[in-house]
Design a protein around this ligand. Structure first.
Ligand code: ASP
Length: 340
């Protein structure tokens, strides 16, 4: 019998409505289990480890990422795969972070949650969770895990975690992977796409990275952005990395002050990476004249990476490997971006 460890952090899937405030908040793990007898009735043996208390994912931070990753690492040999129950709001950040923290991963780590609490009649909780467990336990004919990556399963799609973005606060299909196809689709059958999966060398041991440096920021450009705003952000004490959200194929206003501020920040040792504000497509610095200044200033291309993946990758590289962070940030580490 395959064994899966279910790690519950909280999220809507575990929530009930508070009588007094009428707001949704996580219940405890025993209440959740009582709603999910199916967990223990299938062909996969499921054990549970839960945060106490369970939390809304707005409260998830790098310490929580370390707790989740440690649970996987500490029990790595005991299970065939792992499922992480997590709120949808920051799931793409956490799942992206785990993809960089668990180097040489060769077992599935599947994040899931739901848009409606498990106790609500129309909830998407059961389908999401039971399919995520099936995927975490799935093996090919040779007994190897079919998708040994960190992934997100939601509604009927399995995505590479570090390619995802929460796109919808209303529909059951809450996530999308705009720049990389789904690794599996679930209908009557689960259809996997093994040629799209990222495989680590199974002979390499799992390495856990846990040091994050949170001295990073996102700077979103907009028409009319003023120098004092950019200057204030780039002069933030201790700042080490910036996700620069640009227009289209990685373009920015040609104001001389913007070039000077960015160049001075790069010269002070701050890593600045160009991430397009478009969901789909890639940064292509040099395609338009309006991106030449960014290149001259020493801004690095983020190609087609998501903001969630770039931010968590930057925090981890700055924490773990500050001397080489600048060189590694522009490289594809585990399928998070397409460099052509
Ligand atoms: N606020 C919830 C959370 O992220 C939303 C959800 O789970 O869908 O924990």
């Amino acid at each position: 019998m395959s064994k899966v460890l279910l790690i519950s952090t909280g999220g809507t899937i575990t929530m009930v409505r508070n009588e007094a405030t009428q707001a949704l908040a996580p219940a405890d793990i025993e209440t959740f289990k009582a709603f999910m007898p199916e967990l223990f009735a299938g062909s996969v043996h499921v054990d549970i480890q839960a945060f106490s208390p369970l939390i809304d994912s707005s409260d998830v931070n790098p310490e929580c990422w370390v707790r989740i990753a440690r649970m996987v690492y500490d029990h790595y040999d005991d299970y065939d795969g792992f499922v992480v129950l997590h709120g949808t709001d920051t799931m793409s950040y956490s799942a992206s972070a785990l993809s960089f923290m668990l180097q040489n991963l060769s077992k599935p780590v599947v994040f899931t949650g739901s848009q409606l609490p498990v106790g609500v009649l129309r909830s998407d909780a059961k389908e999401n969770l039971l399919t995520a467990i099936e995927i975490a336990a799935a093996k090919d004919d040779e007994g190897n895990a079919i998708v040994p990556e960190v992934t997100i399963y939601f509604e009927d799609r399995l995505f590479r975690a570090n390619r995802t973005t929460k796109r919808n606060a209303e529909h059951f299909s809450a996530f999308n992977s705009y720049n990389y196809p789904a690794l599996a689709k679930a209908g009557v059958h689960i259809t996997y796409q093994p040629h799209l999966v990222h495989y680590s060398d199974p002979k390499e041991p799992l390495i856990l990275h846990t040091s994050f440096d949170c001295n990073v920021a996102v700077l979103k450009l907009f028409p009319g952005i003023q120098q004092p705003v950019v200057r204030a952000l780039l002069h933030t004490r201790g700042l080490k990395g910036v996700v620069l959200e640009t227009f289209g194929a990685g373009n920015a206003p040609t104001d001389k002050w913007l070039y000077r501020e960015l160049k001075a920040a790069v010269d002070r040792g701050i890593i600045i990476v160009n991430k397009t504000q478009c969901n789909t497509g890639s940064v292509e610095m040099g395609l338009y004249a309006v991106s030449l200044n960014l290149m001259k200033a020493g801004v690095i291309s983020g190609y087609d990476i998501t903001t969630e993946a770039l931010l968590t990758k930057m925090m981890l590289l700055l924490g773990e490997n500050p001397e080489h962070a600048k060189e590694l940030i522009g490289q594809d580490l585990c399928g998070e971006m397409t460099i052509d």
